[in-house]
Design a protein around this ligand. Structure first.
Ligand SMILES: [Zn+2]
Length: 618
């Protein structure tokens, strides 16, 4: 626009004014408000104020993930230059925008937010959007809170009129009436000066204020220069920017945490309390027990089955169906590719009847809709094997049904997990030759699979618990924190897979190497005999522990950094034994072994099938 033209229209030129965005000094009136609009970049008052605030908060910086709904053009330009594809500009009608800087994506915040993984954005911005949304605003704000990363910023502004929010989403309201009540034909509400902060208290946590006071950040001179009207300098009005930083830990418990005298030694108990806090909201509740392997999952399942009725009366509904529900949940939510491959290293190899995916979902659906006020409990080994896609499927499904899920996972320290799993595999498939460099492929140490759960459900909904031998007692305590208390019977049941001696392990390794494939019946019988051989406790050879050291540290680092588990607990001093003792036999051991075999063979065959091989669960 040339100078002559600019002077010819009603442009007001004022040497004291400067658009903070484009640095021009020419402004236009709008709707009777003087200097409302920048003559060059067309930014309105609230956009200029938002710009100043974002700049003051240091949020014009590369690397941030920014979600911007109904984006203002000057901000589109700045953010897309800074962030390129980390900038997520979106609108319910993306075709309204023809920006050369970025591609607008379609997003209907009334229904699409549930599809976005938790903690996806560092900044969320929307100005004058919520009055257009034809659904309850509070759940929308809750979804925004979920997809905002801890420490992330949320900015919003809305039209404000009166103290109370008034809304009408009906079709019957005549257009003229809608215009009169809400100022625009596509407005479903106007927010109240008092109601809106109350709602923000509920979603963002009650604090002193949820809005930016411009005079706290800027001098009157700076605000006047940006042509921000004086009535917007403080208090709540139509220009007000509401602002929230998602707490790094979590709103509700941040204060409680600060007042705790010192961090609890027993992280499990602390995280149980936190988990209970998270679970306090409304809607169906579901505890998803996802593993990990070798953490007493079967004991827990047996205990819950045995006490199913008592648990139900106390408000806990255990999903225990006729089929193997680990497989059912796998069939319901795993990607077709994984179902086709049929690889579940965690699972019984014994062929079970093929379950139908639709039927599995229906069965799960029926369970969820039958919950009522009770908390659902699903324990499925298959969940530990879920990859990001599978977890996403399940998370989306639960969000669409507004189910609050808590992901429960018992953790064994990496070295201990390796040791226990090695013993387990000795019983069936592991051979001495496997102890070479491919050993870690036999037993995947991959705690980072939890990332998919953290991403989809949010860090605060993933409750990791320290495993110890009395996992059932710990679960009882955890449920107690949720207010679920019941008199449960505790039959002292024999350990499913008791540890084996070092001599037994060596004998089994030797057997696996030589006898695999030959007369399975005789191998099975021999395995059962070998399991009983006494001797010193099983330990891993030093060379394996040395080789795995950095993997242990990496996994422990992940669990302590991302899931706040105790690093020292995760990395205990693990004693190995020297390789010679592990891989070689001595005279006494062989005598011991031969006499045990002779003794067992002299007895009639025991028909029980304890610890039999053939791919029993890891
Ligand atoms: Zn401008």
């Amino acid at each position: 626009m040339s100078d002559t033209l600019a002077n010819a229209d009603s442009t007001v030129t004022d040497v004291n004014l400067l658009c903070p965005i484009c640095k021009t000094d020419r402004f236009l009136p709008f709707n009777g408000r003087e200097n409302a609009r920048c003559a060059n970049c067309h930014a309105m008052e609230r956009t200029r104020l938002l710009w100043l605030v974002l700049d003051k908060h240091g949020l014009f910086k590369p690397g941030l993930r920014v979600m911007h709904i109904a984006p203002e053009l000057p901000l589109i330009k700045r953010f897309s230059e800074l962030l390129s594809d980390r900038y997520y500009a979106c609108d319910i009608n993306p075709e309204r925008y023809s920006s050369k800087f970025t591609t607008l994506r379609p997003l209907d915040i009334s229904c699409d937010l549930v599809k976005i993984p938790s903690c996806s954005f560092d900044v969320i911005i929307h100005s004058h959007v919520l009055e257009h949304v034809r659904c309850d605003v509070e759940p929308v704000l809750q979804e925004f809170e979920r997809i905002l990363a801890p420490g992330g910023h949320h900015y919003l502004s809305v039209p404000i009129r009166g103290d109370e929010t008034r809304e009408d989403m009906s079709d019957e309201l005549p257009l003229a009436e809608r215009l009169r009540l809400f100022g625009q034909a596509d407005h479903y509400r106007l927010f109240g000066r008092r109601s809106l902060p109350e709602m923000l208290d509920r979603v963002w946590g009650a604090r002193e204020k949820h809005h930016v006071e411009p005079l706290d950040l800027f001098t009157p001179g700076e605000l006047a220069m940006a042509a921000i009207p004086e009535d917007a300098w403080s208090g709540i009005g139509g220009h007000t920017i509401f602002h929230h930083v998602r707490p790094l830990i979590r709103g509700a418990s941040a204060a409680a945490r600060a007042s705790r005298p010192e961090p609890s030694k027993e992280r499990g108990a602390a995280s149980a309390r936190d988990a209970a806090d998270v679970f306090a909201g409304v809607g169906p509740k579901l505890i998803l027990h996802i593993g990990m392997p070798k953490t007493g999952t079967t004991s827990i399942q047996r205990w819950l089955t045995a006490n199913r009725d008592e648990a139900r009366r106390a408000g806990l509904d255990y999903w225990s169906i006729a089929e193997n529900h680990s497989e059912a949940i796998f069939m319901a939510f795993a990607t077709q590719k994984r179902i086709d491959k049929g690889t579940m290293w965690f699972q019984r190899a014994a062929a079970s009847a093929k379950l139908d995916s639709d039927a599995c979902r229906k069965s799960f659906d029926a369970f969820l809709s039958g919950l009522g006020d009770r908390t659902g409990y699903v324990s499925a080994e298959a969940l530990w094997s879920f990859g990001p896609e599978d977890v996403r499927n399940l998370a989306l499904y639960l969000r669409q049904r507004q189910v609050q899920a808590l992901i429960l996972c018992w953790i064994r320290p990496p070295a201990e997990f390796l040791k226990t799993s090695t013993q387990q595999l000795c019983r069936s498939t592991l051979a001495v030759s496997d102890f070479g460099i491919r050993f870690h492929r036999k037993i995947p140490l991959d705690y980072r699979r939890l990332d998919a759960w953290v991403e989809q459900f949010g860090r605060e909904r993933v409750a990791t618990q320290q495993f110890d031998s009395d996992v059932v007692a710990k679960l009882e305590k955890l449920l107690g924190a949720f207010g679920i208390d019941f008199k449960a019977s505790r039959k002292s049941e024999r350990l499913l897979n008791p540890s084996i001696s070092l001599v037994a392990a060596k004998a089994l390794l030797a057997l696996n190497m030589t006898a695999n494939g030959e007369n399975p019946d005789r191998s099975r019988r021999l395995r059962n005999i070998l399991l009983d051989i006494g001797g010193p406790d099983f330990q891993l050879p030093d060379s394996v522990l040395r080789r795995m050291r950095s993997a242990f540290e990496k996994e422990a680092g992940y669990l302590s950094d991302v899931l706040s588990m105790d690093r020292e607990w995760l990395l205990p001093e693990t004693g190995g034994i020297d390789d010679a003792s592990f891989f070689q036999w001595n005279y006494d051991e062989v005598i011991n072994l031969l006499s045990a075999i002779a003794g067992a063979l002299a007895k009639p065959e025991d028909k029980s099938d304890k610890g039999s091989g053939g791919g029993s669960r890891l």
